[in-house]
Structure formats: structure tokens, C-alpha cells
Design a binder for this molecule. Structure first.
Ligand code: ARG
Length: 460
């Protein structure tokens, strides 16, 4: 057995079970790029501060280049007995260049090293997710552009409520995604500080320059407190919380589209490219990708909960428990990217069924609230007009007809305030024309917002 990098004070080697149980290289090797980048900056700083010679630094840098090349070509042998990504790379560097490699870990601990890697990794991951969010926003805007003027029933409590423009509904998701986007940008700004040089927990007596490494790695500043620097994973928590909120938004969109694709709604047809069949029922065409988007949101929330529970009750500074932060982080990122990509594909591959939607519109008295507003415009207090329209709806229910089918006489028996112009407020088309409040589903409002998004997202 090879001597561990920390083996000096030990007489016996760890058992196989302990080795298997505590290794993390099987998953943290994902951090190799960030780890090597951190080592380059650290070695350069050490040389600059006179803590290593320039020739040692050169050997280290070219050794790291070679190791990176081997990893990327699949030639690097990851060894579980070398525990984690950090010791695998350091030990391989020693195998490769010998003595100079032994200076690399000067004024550094794996405690500050791992959290530096992690912050760098999160930064890149956030950039990837941001670009996926933008692409989904573009997909939704394209759908909105293709469906100008299409009115759909708006629901509350899953009961028919008021008519809305489909564009308005699609833009509601775009707005939510924009907040998801900003949350991530915010999270990235906050996490972009440098723990390197905090060492184990106390800092060091060696004359290092933390400002230099921080700048070389693109951080905004070195972290101010060395204990804080190695202790906390609040930045991962924030990131996973942001992903969870995005996942919940996507899950709700998934639920809506799954429902709308049903025979009962029939508002939407996914193309074959985004549907799957049944192994027994030959007629089936299922919207599985969106069901899985709904389903996978559970993983993303689970990842957040895992990390919250992991951090609860940890004493300050580094504890080995923190090694368990990586798998939830990696899983959350991989899952949310998949969810965003598939939802985008779905958006590019659905058609809204105008005919089916139009056939569905007359049911459910979607124009009742607009009718109540009509009476308000005639000077009736809203509570009274609510009651009058309620009684008009009751009459429709008895007669099995729509509000627009009632005659003026029918209306006037309920209230003499009704006049011939009442019909301008009935029917979903008329209704939608009446909306004029800021942020409402009125055509002009919606067109304005759609145009603003087209400009913002650079869509032609
Ligand atoms: N593999 C460890 C982790 O992921 C690296 C830090 C280990 N530090 C230590 N003192 N054992 O957290």
C-alpha cells in the first residue's frame, strides 16, 4: 500500500471498508479543472512571495498542464486509495515531477482548497443554467408570437374564471423565469469571494498574498474571516434553493401542459418528437417529458433538503460531513439543466389547438366578472352588481345557456339598469377587449410586454 500524503503519524493503514466509505474521488473528480486552476494560481503566488523558486513553479505549472491533458484524454488513473480529487492530483504531480510538487501544498489545506474549487465550480454551473433559462424564455416567447390573439379560459381553483390571452399566460412563465435568472445572478455575485489562503481554519504565518490569488481566480475579494471561509456552505444552499424555486416553476408548467394535452382539455398537442407511447396500449401518446419535469423537481428539492440537514448542527470550521455537499450539488445542477432543456424542446414542439380551445370558451360564464364591471360603470356598487350578475348566472344555469343568450328582457327583470349596450360586454372576445389595467390581459398591454421581451431577449 502507498503511504498516504498525511501518513507521517500513522503506524497502521486504514481498513478497506473505511477507505471505500470515505473516498470522494469517485464523484469529486468533477472538480479537477477548478482544482488545477486553483493550484496554478496558488503556485504562482507562492513563487511571487518567495515561498518557492521560479523553477519549481515552472515544473509545477507544466506538470499540472500534463495532468489536465491526461484527465481530458481519459489517460489519468483515479485512485480511491488517494481519497479525493485534491490528493489524486497532488500525488500524481509528485509521481510526475518529483520534489518541486512537495511545495505546492505550502500555506494551503484541503479545507480551503475544496471550498475554493466548489465556488469556482458553482460559478461556471450558474452560467450554464442562466443560458438554459434564457433559451426557455425564448422558446416561450416564440410560442406566444405564433399564437397572437388566441384566447384561452383562465382558471382559478381549476374552475373556469376569466378569459385570458394565451400570450399573457405564456408571458407569466417568462416573468417567473426572469426572477429565477436574477436569483442566480445574485447568488453568483455573493458566492464569488475567495477562501483560498484560509488554510485549515486559522490562516497562516507564512507571507502569502491572498489578494493575488483571489484576483487570479476572478474572485471579487478574499474572504475576510478564515474560519468563516472553510465553515460555510451557505452559497451552495442558496444555489440549491434558487434551483428548487426554478424547478417548482417548471413543475407547474409541466402540470399545466400535461393537463392541457389530455383528451378532456385537448388544448395542446405535443409533436411525436416529444411524446412517448405505451408498451401495451397501442393508441397512447403520452407527454412523458413534461411529466418527468414535474417528477424531477422532487430531486432538486430533495438535494436542497439534504444539504440543509447536512449543515444543521455542524460545529464551526471544516467537518468531514461537508464532503457530502457535492453529490446533491452536482445532482441539482445536472437535473435542473435537463429540466430546462427538455421544457425548451417541448415549447418548440407543441401546437395549441385553436378549434378545440374556441369550442371550450363559451362554457363556464367567463364573462361574468366583466358583466359586473359593466354595472359598476353604470354606477352600481360592486357588491350589488356581483349579486345581480350572480342571479343572471343562476338564470343561465336554469335555462342551460350563456349570459350572451339572455334577452334584454331577461336581464331587465333582474335589474332595470341593464341596457342594450350590455352585449358589448359579453362573450370572451368582447371581454378581453375591456381589460385595460396595467399588467392585465388586454391585447395592447400584452402586445407591449411581448415586444419588450422580444427586444430584451434579442429575438428576431
Ligand atoms: N474530500 C474532502 C471534502 O470534500 C476534502 C477536504 C478534506 N479535508 C480534510 N481535512 N479531511 O470535503
Amino acid at each position: 500500500k502507498e503511504n498516504k500524503l498525511w501518513g507521517g503519524r500513522f503506524q497502521e493503514s486504514v481498513t478497506d471498508a473505511v477507505e471505500r466509505f470515505s473516498e470522494s474521488v469517485s464523484f469529486d473528480k468533477q472538480l479537477y479543472k477548478q482544482d488545477i486552476r486553483g493550484s496554478r494560481a496558488h503556485a504562482t503566488m507562492l513563487a511571487n512571495q518567495g515561498l518557492m523558486s521560479d523553477s519549481d513553479r515552472c515544473c509545477i505549472l507544466s506538470g499540472l498542464d500534463e495532468i489536465e491533458r491526461r484527465i481530458e484524454n481519459g489517460e489519468f488513473v483515479w485512485r480511491a486509495d488517494r481519497e479525493d480529487v485534491h490528493m489524486n492530483i497532488e500525488a500524481a504531480l509528485t509521481d510526475l515531477i518529483g520534489e518541486p510538487a512537495k511545495k505546492l501544498h505550502t500555506a494551503r489545506s484541503r479545507n480551503d482548497q475544496v471550498v475554493t474549487d466548489l465556488r469556482l465550480w458553482c460559478r461556471d454551473a450558474i452560467d450554464q443554467i442562466l443560458s438554459c433559462i434564457k433559451q426557455l424564455q425564448v422558446g416561450l416567447i416564440m410560442l406566444a408570437k405564433e399564437n397572437e390573439g388566441l384566447i384561452v379560459p383562465g382558471y382559478t381553483h381549476l374552475q373556469r374564471a376569466q378569459p385570458v390571452l394565451l400570450q399573457h399566460l405564456l408571458l407569466s412563465y417568462v416573468e417567473q423565469l426572469e426572477r429565477d435568472f436574477c436569483r442566480l445572478v445574485n447568488c453568483k455575485d455573493r458566492l464569488n469571494v475567495c477562501p483560498l489562503g484560509a488554510c485549515a481554519l486559522a490562516g497562516t504565518g507564512l507571507p502569502i498574498d491572498r489578494f493575488m490569488t483571489s484576483e487570479a481566480l476572478g474572485f471579487s475579494a478574499p474572504m475576510k474571516n478564515s474560519i468563516d471561509a472553510v465553515s460555510d456552505r451557505d452559497f451552495v444552499l442558496e444555489f440549491l434553493a434558487a434551483n428548487s424555486i426554478t424547478a417548482i416553476h417548471l413543475s407547474r408548467l409541466g402540470e399545466e401542459w400535461v393537463m392541457w394535452a389530455s383528451e378532456e382539455f385537448g388544448f395542446l398537442t405535443p409533436s411525436d418528437k416529444v411524446s412517448t407511447g405505451s408498451s401495451i396500449m397501442p393508441q397512447k401518446k403520452n407527454p412523458d417529458p413534461m411529466e418527468l419535469v414535474r417528477g424531477k423537481s422532487a430531486r432538486v428539492v430533495g438535494d436542497l433538503v439534504t444539504l440543509l440537514v447536512l449543515c444543521k448542527g455542524l460545529p464551526q470550521a471544516y467537518n468531514r460531513d461537508l464532503q457530502e455537499d457535492k453529490e446533491p450539488l452536482f445532482d441539482s445542477v445536472k437535473t435542473i439543466i435537463g429540466m430546462l432543456e427538455v421544457t425548451t424542446e417541448f415549447a418548440h414542439n407543441v401546437t395549441f389547438n385553436r378549434q378545440k380551445i374556441q369550442k371550450a370558451l363559451p362554457a363556464g360564464h367567463l364573462d361574468a366578472t366583466t358583466l359586473a364591471d359593466y354595472l359598476v360603470k353604470k354606477g352600481i356598487p360592486f357588491r350589488t352588481s356581483h349579486d345581480i350578475v350572480g342571479r343572471s348566472v343562476a338564470l343561465c344555469v336554469a335555462k342551460i345557456c350563456q349570459l350572451s343568450d339572455l334577452t334584454l328582457d331577461d336581464f331587465r327583470i333582474i335589474s332595470p339598469v341593464f341596457e342594450e349596450d350590455v352585449y358589448e360586454f359579453l362573450g370572451v372576445e368582447n371581454c378581453v377587449k375591456k381589460f385595460c389595467s396595467y399588467g392585465s390581459t388586454g391585447s395592447e398591454m400584452v402586445a407591449e410586454q411581448l415586444n419588450a421581451w422580444i427586444t430584451k431577449l434579442n429575438i428576431s
